[in-house]
Design a protein around this ligand. Sequence first.
Ligand code: APR
Length: 252
Amino acid sequence: MHAMSLESIAAILREAEEIVIFSGAGLSADSGIPTFRDGATGLWNNVDPDEVASIAGFLRNPQRAWNWLRQLKALVDERRPNAGHQAIAQLEEICSAKRMTVITQNIDGYHERAGNEHVLEVHGTIHRLRCHRRCGFVANWEQSATKPYACPTCGAPVRPDLVMFGEMLDEAVFATAEIRSLGADVFFCVGTSFTVQPAARLPVWARRAGAVVVEVNPHPTPFSDAADFSIRSGASQFFAALCKKLDMNDSP
Ligand code: APR
């Protein structure tokens, strides 16, 4: 990681008032949660997303989707936030006089578990179940059987409260994510391949609105050339180094 870039980014952060961390599956890779499209380990290498993670696939064969999602939930519960999540939580503390928002595409809840308070889960969460008709019924997995079941209130299927392929995002959550992105002074993109819309639009809007965009990814992405800084590093290493830099020069 280039020391000059770290110095420059730390100096920019000290002047910033609005900070956004936009995270993807790469941030949880160091926790042992497979990313979706990474080489041989990507989650989508072993299953057809259309069968287990699309709403059409879920309604076609609820048991198959439920089995896979339940396995993902068990893996997420077994693992824990990594040094990258902890450093991002520490960054929120160091920058407590500023407004910092985490906008995550991840459904693992690791940002909150690490201590971040302002988290927008634009793709929902694996930790909660809800009525497919959104009648108001919610539950957690512990309360549910090992197979999908009907909403006790209205009879519609019960499913995880995450955005499946073919579904719209929660409008209120995404509208807040758009506002934070348009108002950002610094916009970090961490561990994402910018593959899935509309989330992948957020860094483009932030850049157009004048934010300094910092990409943190061991590999280049389609957005690397557009970023002001494209840091070829794992999330854990970069954010730990950034927090140390900021701490050394006392908090911004
Ligand atoms: N630190 C930072 N980035 C990493 C690390 C790491 N340690 N390890 C891998 N990466 C990068 C990879 O290089 C890749 O660019 O993380 C990115 C992961 O990309 P994807 O697997 O496509 O994950 P993501 O961008 O979050 O996918 C977006 O697609 O399947 C849907 O809903 C799902 O939210 C997900 C969305």
